[in-house]
Design a protein around this ligand. Structure first.
Ligand code: SF4
Length: 383
C-alpha cells in the first residue's frame, strides 16, 4: 500500500479583537509581523517535514486566529511550501476568514495566492445573537461577505454557532434558513462551549457563567437548537457527513476528513498541533501558544514544541473509535475486536446506532450522546 497522505495545518494567531468565548491560540498584539511570521512558519514546516518523508501533502488549511488578515503574498509563500511537500494543483487549500475581512478584492488576492476554499465565521445572522456573542459584524456584513467571496472563490463554508444568549430554536432555524438561501457549499454548526474540561484556557464567558453573572440556555434547549439547524440544512440538500458538518455532495472538507479518518497532520505556527502515527504507536505535539516563545525557538533553529504526547496502540484505537463515530462513514465493525460485538448490538437495540455495509453509524440520538457511546466501545479494536 502506498504511504498515507497527510494534511498541513498552519495557524495564524492574530485577530482584530478577542471574542469572549474563544479559547484558541489568539493574540491581538500589533503590529502583525506577517512576513516574519511566514518565514518562521516555513522554517518550522521544513524542520518537521522529515517526520513525513516519503509521504504526500494532500490538503492545506490556514486557520486561526484570523488568517484572512495575513498578507496574500505571505499566504502564497505558504502555499508554495505545501507544493514542495507534494500538494497537488487543485487540492483543497482553505483559508479561515471573518466577515469584516472579506470582500471581492481580497478574495481575488487569496485565489491568486492559491486558496480555493474560504471558511467564513458568520456564527449567526441575528443582530442580537451576534451582539451577545461579542461579535463585531452584523447580519448584513455576513451576507455580503459570503456573496462576494463566493463570486470569486466559489467554494465557501460558513461557521454557525448556537447555544449563546439570545439564541433560541427560532433564531437557530432562521439562521439556517438564511444560510441555505446563500451560495454556500458547506456548513460547520457548533454549540457554544463553556465547559472548563474542554476549553484550552479560561475565557470570560465561562468565568461569568460559573459565577452566575451570565445565563446560557440549558443542555436540552441547546440540543433542540442544533437539531433545528440540522433539519433545515439537510432539507436543503446539505448532507450531514460529520456530527457538526454538512456539505453539498462532493464538497466535504478533505482536510477535516483526514482528521476524522485518523490520518496524520503537520501542524505549524503558534499553538498548532500535529500528529504522526507509526506501526508502533504515535506522537502528538503542541506548539507554544504565544508567538514570542514560538518565534524564539525557531530563531534558535529548534522545534517550537511546548508539549508532546506519546500515543500507544490502545490510545490510538480509542481515538479512532471516537473520531470514526463522528462521521456518516461510521466505524468498521470487523475492525473492532469480537469482544465488542455484543456492545455494538446493544447500541443498535437501544436506537443509538445502526449497521450499514458492515459499519456502525450513530443515529440522531446516538450523535447527541457521541462521547458516551464511543466510550462503551473503548479498549478494543486495532485489527
Ligand atoms: S475571531 Fe475567531 S479566533 Fe478570533 S477571537 Fe474570535 S472566535 Fe477566536
Amino acid at each position: 500500500m502506498p504511504p498515507r497522505p497527510f494534511g498541513l495545518y498552519v495557524h495564524f494567531p492574530w485577530c482584530s479583537f478577542r471574542c469572549p468565548y474563544c479559547d484558541f491560540a489568539v493574540t491581538t498584539s500589533r503590529p502583525m509581523p506577517g512576513e516574519r511570521y511566514a518565514d518562521a512558519v516555513i522554517a518550522e514546516i521544513r524542520l518537521r517535514a522529515h517526520a513525513f518523508r516519503g509521504r504526500t501533502c494532500a490538503t492545506l488549511f490556514l486557520g486561526g486566529g484570523t488568517p484572512s488578515l495575513w498578507e496574500p503574498a505571505a499566504i502564497a509563500r505558504v502555499v508554495e511550501e505545501a507544493r514542495a511537500l507534494g500538494l497537488p494543483g487543485g487540492a483543497e487549500v482553505t483559508l479561515e476568514a471573518n466577515p469584516e475581512s472579506c470582500d471581492a478584492d481580497r478574495a481575488r488576492a487569496w485565489r491568486d495566492a492559491g486558496v480555493n476554499r474560504v471558511s467564513i465565521g458568520v456564527q449567526s445572522f441575528d443582530g442580537a445573537v451576534l451582539r451577545k456573542l461579542g461579535r463585531r459584524h452584523g447580519p448584513g456584513d455576513a451576507e455580503r461577505a459570503v456573496r462576494e467571496v463566493a463570486s470569486v472563490v466559489g467554494n465557501v463554508s460558513v461557521d454557525l454557532m448556537y447555544g449563546g444568549r439570545r439564541s433560541s430554536v427560532e433564531t437557530a432555524r432562521a439562521d439556517a434558513e438564511r444560510l441555505v438561501s446563500l451560495p454556500v457549499t458547506h456548513v460547520s454548526s457548533y454549540a457554544l462551549t463553556l465547559d472548563a474540561e474542554v476549553l484550552a484556557e479560561e475565557v470570560p464567558f465561562a468565568r461569568l457563567a460559573r459565577s452566575g453573572k451570565l445565563a446560557f440556555p440549558g443542555d436540552d434547549e441547546v440540543v433542540s437548537q442544533g437539531r433545528a439547524i440540522a433539519a433545515v440544512l439537510e432539507g436543503a440538500g446539505l448532507r450531514r457527513y460529520e456530527i457538526s458538518n454538512f456539505a453539498r455532495p462532493g464538497l466535504e472538507s478533505r482536510h477535516n476528513l483526514l482528521y476524522w479518518r485518523s490520518d496524520d497532520y503537520l501542524g505549524a505556527g503558534a499553538g498548532a498541533v500535529g500528529c504522526v502515527r507509526t506501526e508502533e504507536g504515535g506522537g502528538r505535539w503542541t506548539n507554544h501558544r504565544s508567538v514570542g516563545p514560538w518565534l524564539a525557538a525557531l530563531d534558535a533553529g529548534e522545534l517550537p514544541t511546548a508539549s508532546e504526547e506519546r500515543l500507544g496502540p490502545s490510545e490510538l484505537a480509542n481515538e479512532r473509535i471516537m473520531l470514526s463515530l463522528r462521521t456518516a462513514e461510521g466505524l468498521d465493525v470487523a475492525w473492532l475486536g469480537p469482544d465488542r460485538h455484543g456492545e455494538v448490538a446493544a447500541l443498535v437495540r437501544a436506537g443509538l446506532g445502526e449497521i450499514r455495509a458492515g459499519r456502525l453509524r450513530l443515529t440522531l440520538e446516538g450523535m447527541d450522546l457521541h462521547s458516551a457511546v464511543a466510550e462503551r466501545l473503548f479498549g478494543s479494536g486495532g485489527g
